[in-house]
Design a binder for this molecule. Structure first.
Ligand SMILES: Nc1ncnc2c1ncn2[C@@H]1O[C@H](COP(=O)(O)OP(=O)(O)OP(=O)(O)O)[C@@H](O)[C@H]1O
Ligand SMILES: [Mg+2]
Length: 351
């Protein structure tokens, strides 16, 4: 079975973005057609599996199966580490030669990161600061670090599926590629998964700050179930049916339960991020972009916009991709779930 998959016409101008979520696996294959990313195929694993806290180690057979179902034409894949396992921060340094930054970063990282550095993979880049700092003599560096153990776990999963992992990136990078447009200045992407919500602030397409909280679509469902004493399936149905309905259904106990969780956790954390952002860069968020399965929650965009007074939209991860017109409605329906997978596959058009 494996052989069949891997003897397919393996084209080098095509890549599969693989998003291993705790609820579902998402894959998107894109090819580079004269620099235009073009859809080859896509797939989402069935959502029957109850989400776990982390992806399970034995996920490779599910991934192989999904790739076979979607008839991917290459074994070249790009994967991502979950934002929850990536530590990222901005560090201020006095101006210094780039080669000295490397050792300065390690020095600072020892103070900031709770795990021994020997157990972490570190990456950094200098943030362009044109007109953004009071102090012209300083540089800002973004440091990202992930536990080597997590990186190794992901590498093993792809190896066991016999795939050529071209790059292991972060969800932060993937969402940046698929969702941001050139007119987005300082933007907050909120990725609502099953058990986690990731909030990432980008400034001119570069990630500045991120925060991960352990509440997601399933947590909302469990909260409804507990609050009004119904089972999980019924709560999931009600959640999808009602959403954050603003008018006649607003007093429904299920809507009240969701509002409670959203107001007290998600909105509170967004406000906190906004304060941190203001303190470190004097920047303000111009717009919020919602994504992840949880962004399907009806009227969530309107609700957040009203509560935070910030322009809010549900992101369209297909906006850079060419695909047959007949697929528009189908792709639109699954859109917000696919942002990470699309963003990873978009590497195919990067040089
Ligand atoms: N129409 C809908 N209304 C509200 N929520 C929905 C809707 N459709 C899907 N969801 C929620 O989306 C969540 C799954 O989202 P997603 O597929 O992005 O998660 P995941 O990527 O597997 O998880 P994670 O990112 O936490 O690893 C589920 O909790 C589900 O309840
Ligand atoms: Mg996800």
């Amino acid at each position: 079975m494996l052989k069949k998959l891997f003897t397919n016409k393996d084209s080098t101008n095509s890549m599969v973005g693989v998003d291993l979520g705790v609820a579902t696996i998402k894959i998107v294959e894109l090819k580079n057609e004269n620099k235009k990313p073009t859809l080859v195929t896509y797939g989402v694993s069935s959502g029957d599996r109850q989400a776990t806290k982390e992806i399970h180690q034995n996920i490779s057979p599910d991934l192989i199966y999904l790739m076979q179902q979607a008839r991917t034409t290459t074994t070249n894949v790009v994967g991502a580490l979950p934002t929850s396992s990536v530590f990222s921060t901005i560090i201020d340094f006095p101006k210094m030669p780039t080669k000295e930054i490397d050792s300065a970063i390690k020095w600072e990282a020892r103070k900031l990161i709770p795990l021994p550095l020997e157990k972490m993979s570190l990456h950094w880049h200098i943030l362009p600061t044109v007109g953004k700092t009071k102090d012209d003599d300083s540089i800002k560096v973004i440091l990202s670090a992930a536990p080597t153990e997590t990186t190794t776990k992901y590498l093993k999963i792809f190896k066991a599926a016999n795939l050529s992992l071209l790059s292991l990136e972060t969800e932060i990078k993937a969402l940046q590629r698929s969702l941001l447009t050139p007119t987005d200045k300082t933007s907050l992407i909120i990725d609502i998964g099953a058990n986690n919500t990731n909030m990432i602030i980008y400034d001119n397409n570069l990630p500045l700050l991120n925060k991960n909280i352990d509440i997601g679509g399933e947590t909302l469902t469990s909260h409804i179930a507990k609050t009004i004493n119904i089972n999980f399936e019924r709560a999931a149905q009600l959640k999808k049916q009602l959403g954050m309905s603003t008018f006649d259904q607003a007093s429904h106990p299920a809507v009240k339960a969701m509002k409670f969780a959203i107001d007290n956790i998600i909105i509170r954390d967004i406000k906190h991020l906004i304060t941190v952002l203001g303190n470190s860069t004097q920047n303000k968020i111009n717009n919020i972009i919602l994504t992840g399965g949880g962004a399907h929650l009806k009227n969530l965009d309107k609700y957040l916009e009203n509560e935070l007074k910030i322009n809010t939209r549900v992101g369209d991860p297909w906006h850079k991709i060419s695909y047959p017109k007949e697929l528009k409605s189908e792709l639109g329906k699954i859109g917000t779930k696919m942002s990470v997978a699309i963003g990873l596959a978009l590497k195919v058009v990067e040089k």
